[in-house]
Ligand binder design. Structure first.
Ligand SMILES: Nc1ncnc2c1ncn2[C@@H]1O[C@H](COP(=O)(O)OP(=O)(O)O)[C@@H](O)[C@H]1O
Ligand SMILES: Cc1cn([C@H]2C[C@H](O)[C@@H](COP(=O)(O)OP(=O)(O)O)O2)c(=O)[nH]c1=O
Length: 205
């Protein structure tokens, strides 16, 4: 079976991290080797860039370029070799997050975003992207419930997350074959079931 690159997206607190483990377990249960990773991060250098990105204030274009720098390393060191070796790759975020957060949330120029995307991965796109779609007010309540200290992005206000959410939905509308939207207000069990159905239909054929 062809290797698959699957990405999970959504605003902070939408519940995607909780479902990634279930997706990885389902893939493994079919005897398929799978690598679980995340962005920004996924490599030793990428994890150092993640620390800077989540905690240091910086110019918007610096932020966008560092996201893509971490991604370039991630593709070269982990994603591309894993796919070439026949493994599946499941990533907590990829380039749709830069579109949603830096273009949608912060107002990065779309032409510059596209230039970076075309430079860093002119041909590769995820085979399947799952967007966890949720009202920012509900996501904020879920995040508050974790008791974790919020990072630079999680401290943003509701209107920022509303723009991020809408940018994700635009990305989904532009590429409905690749990008599936999941209603993240459902219970974890309902979401797991829907996720399983999407994976069965899109990937296990
Ligand atoms: N479907 C759900 N309904 C209610 N709470 C949820 C749901 N999914 C996740 N949560 C809770 O919301 C919080 C954030 O979930 P998490 O998976 O870390 O979100 P994300 O990775 O999208 O930021 C966690 O405390 C988690 O237990
Ligand atoms: C990959 C990526 C992430 N981000 C942001 C979104 C998240 O707020 C943050 C880290 O993502 P995430 O791993 O979802 O955070 P957590 O581990 O706290 O659940 O980085 C961008 O702004 N642009 C990007 O390109």
């Amino acid at each position: 079976m062809k290797s698959r690159f699957i990405t999970f997206e959504g605003i902070d607190g939408a519940g995607k991290s909780s479902q990634i483990a279930a997706a990885v377990a389902l893939i493994e249960s079919r005897g398929i080797p799978v690598v679980q990773t995340r962005e920004p991060g996924g490599t030793p250098l990428g994890e150092k860039l993640r620390e800077l990105l989540l905690h240091e204030s910086m110019h918007l274009e610096t932020e966008a370029m560092l996201m893509f720098a971490a991604r370039r390393e991630h593709l070269a060191a982990l994603i591309e070799p894993s796919l070439a070796a026949g493994k599946w790759v499941v990533s907590d975020r990829f380039t749709d997050a830069t579109y949603a957060y830096q273009v949608g949330g912060r107002g990065l120029d779309e032409v510059r975003f596209s230039a970076l995307e075309n430079w860093v991965h002119p041909h590769l796109q995820p085979d399947l992207t799952l967007i966890f779609d949720l009202d920012p007010a509900v996501a904020a309540r879920r995040l508050a419930g974790t008791g974790n200290a919020p990072d630079r992005f999680e401290r943003e206000k509701a209107d920022f997350f509303e723009r991020v959410r809408n940018a994700y939905l635009r990305r989904a509308a532009a590429d409905p074959c690749r990008v599936k939207v999941i209603d993240a207000s459902q219970t974890p069990d309902e979401i797991r079931k829907e996720l399983q159905e999407i994976l069965l239909e899109s990937c296990f054929q």
